[in-house]
Ligand binder design. Structure first.
Ligand SMILES: Nc1ncnc2c1ncn2[C@@H]1O[C@H](COP(=O)(O)OP(=O)(O)OP(=O)(O)O)[C@@H](O)[C@H]1O
Ligand SMILES: [Mg+2]
Length: 274
């Protein structure tokens, strides 16, 4: 979808599929070499369809961030194959928006200038990107925050600015690494809803990493549950709940069943020491 049609889709609420596919076969990652080599991930397979919202959940250190780095092309695979839109990934993707766990905003730039960084780095049309930035500030509940510096914003607002920055160039894929990890429960619930609404309108492909079972079930079409290190995908759970999903997911009896299933997998893995 080009920038103009994306803008109109957002403003009209029209739904269309704009995402990329991610396909991985038997990918692994080993950091370092020789005696210091550390097998951090896999082998894992991924088959993420265009426009799908998929979460990866797993214990700390199992290789979730590593998976995201491989899917973005920022880290090379140690073995296996990985394709985005049917093409082997051989260098960092440009058609991607990444939200890191730490918001990584530049302190000396205003919120708007942080978002406009994408336009500068990518050499995109300033007027088009500015229009999209304004639309995203609006859609993400950041009205009036354009001229503020990161230190003048709350943690939740900074996280929203980094989501706007990840989306402003209209990428076909959004990779999010525990984007709400540092936020309080109330802000997390609101930002989860805002992200879901934006996703419903734009249908980016999303690979979302979280430690939160509620967040994974609340947002995803599918949840991939990972084992302890070196992480492998040990369960795939299709989340069949209507959208948009409510603030209080406990309204759905099915939610408790999904959450219970993930808890019991982690209990079997020995993740919890109660
Ligand atoms: N650049 C690196 N060099 C060496 N080891 C690394 C590197 N990056 C990650 N690791 C190791 O690989 C393993 C997986 O790390 P990764 O960051 O992918 O885990 P994670 O599942 O994202 O954990 P968390 O939930 O705590 O964020 C860890 O043991 C980590 O120490
Ligand atoms: Mg991580």
């Amino acid at each position: 979808m080009n920038q103009v049609s994306m803008t109109s889709a957002l403003s009209t609420g029209q739904t269309s599929v704009a995402g990329a596919s991610i396909t991985a076969q038997a990918i692994t990652k080993t950091y370092g070499e020789g005696p210091a080599a550390f097998h951090a991930l896999g082998p894992i397979d991924l088959d993420i369809k265009p426009g799908e919202f998929v979460s990866l959940i797993g214990p700390s250190g199992c290789g979730k961030s590593t998976t995201l780095l491989l899917a973005s092309g920022l880290e090379p695979l140690s073995s296996g194959t990985l394709e985005v839109d049917g093409k082997p990934l051989t260098r960092p993707l440009s058609e991607v928006g990444i939200v890191f766990q730490d918001h990584l905003l530049l302190d000396f730039r205003t919120a708007l200038d942080n978002v406009m960084l994408q336009q500068e780095i990518r050499g995109l049309d300033k007027a088009v990107i500015r229009e999209r930035a304004d639309m995203l500030f609006d859609r993400l509940g950041l009205k009036g925050a354009q001229k503020k510096y990161p230190r003048q914003l709350s943690g939740g607002m900074r996280q929203r600015v980094s989501i706007a920055r990840a989306l402003v160039h209209d990428p076909s894929m959004l990779l999010m690494d525990e984007p709400f990890g540092a936020l309080d429960a109330i802000t997390r619930t609101q930002i989860r809803h805002d992200l879901e609404m934006l996703w419903l309108e734009t249908r980016k492909t999303v690979l979302f990493i979280t430690h939160s079972i509620e967040e994974a079930v609340g947002l995803s079409d599918r949840v991939l549950v990972m084992s302890t290190s070196p992480g492998r995908i040990i369960e795939e759970i299709k989340i069949d709940l209507p959208r948009p999903r409510p603030a209080h997911l406990g309204e759905y009896p099915e939610f408790s069943a999904y959450a219970e299933k993930i808890y019991s997998i982690f209990a079997k893995l020995g993740v919890y020491k109660f």
